[in-house]
Ligand binder design. Structure first.
Ligand SMILES: [Zn+2]
Ligand SMILES: [Zn+2]
Length: 262
């Protein structure tokens, strides 16, 4: 009988292959052809290995692929391929060299994926927040915090970021691009929200080289902090809560037009 693994011709009475020691069984009658199973296992393993290989690319390369789906495909593909391989592995024609190698690579990929996910959970956080978006989100959240503060203090603006402690968390104060932080428009201090004539044009916060400062001059804004579409600039939030990228050369004033409130 021919060994299904190494192809050595063994005596018909042999139960174990003389060269590779694998079990010699007569081909089990099966509805599914072994070749198709081999192909199926091969495809599953290939998909699994490709997806597992793409996981680090997505995590470290900043590609916007949905990581959960990729992980699911990687685990599913590897598991399906390995199950097919191990359950039907002893059947005729299944344990070909490429399948054996593929199964080994799959085990390594599966274990590596598992280690990556259990030991480094922060690394599998979906990378939907590249640094610049974290910065704009930070300032959007600071603008919301300022809004909430105003609602709680008769529309009066806070005197510094320190006043916002109850409405914010520490990470909102750091610009992820350089470790710098944000400044708060000092012109607002002593004024109330309903005194602003044009909230959408009044600066609330902006990137700053020095963290947690109160701006007294527009030069304190870190105008060179971010690059978007090859143009330098900074992120800032405004009195109506919107946050945008502002080009380096844009004229920015801290001043605001006030309206009298009766
Ligand atoms: Zn053999
Ligand atoms: Zn920033």
């Amino acid at each position: 009988m021919r060994c299904p693994r190494c192809g050595l011709e063994n005596p018909d009475s042999a139960l174990i292959c003389g060269r590779c020691r694998s079990r010699l069984t007569s081909p089990a009658p099966s509805g599914t052809s072994p070749d198709r199973l081999t192909l199926l296992a091969g495809i599953s393993l290939s998909v699994g290995i490709l997806c597992a290989g793409a996981v680090p690319l997505v995590i470290y390369g900043g590609f916007g692929l949905p990581l959960r789906l990729l992980l699911l495909l990687a685990f599913g593909g590897l598991a399906a391929g390995l199950i097919l391989f191990h359950v039907f592995g002893n059947r005729d024609g299944m344990r070909e060299d490429f399948a054996v190698r593929m199964a080994w690579i799959s085990w390594v990929a599966l274990v590596a994926l598992f280690i990556l996910i259990t030991i480094h959970p922060p690394f599998i956080r979906p990378p939907h927040n590249p640094p610049r978006h974290t910065c704009i989100n930070n300032q959007r959240q600071l603008a919301i915090a300022i809004e909430m503060y105003c609602q709680d203090y008769e529309l009066r603006y806070p005197t510094a970021f320190a006043d916002l402690a109850d409405y914010t968390v520490a990470r909102m104060y750091t610009c992820p691009d350089s470790g710098g932080g944000y400044g708060y428009n000092g012109v607002l201090i002593g004024h109330a929200q309903n005194e602003l004539a044009n909230p959408a044009a009044t600066l609330l916060t902006a990137d700053s080289h020095v963290a947690d400062i109160v701006f007294t001059a527009p030069e304190q804004i870190a105008r060179d902090r971010h690059v978007e579409r090859r143009q330098r600039g900074f992120f800032a939030s405004y009195g109506d809560g919107h946050a945008v990228f502002v080009l380096h050369e844009t004229v920015v004033t801290l001043e605001s037009v006030w309206q009298s409130v009766e």
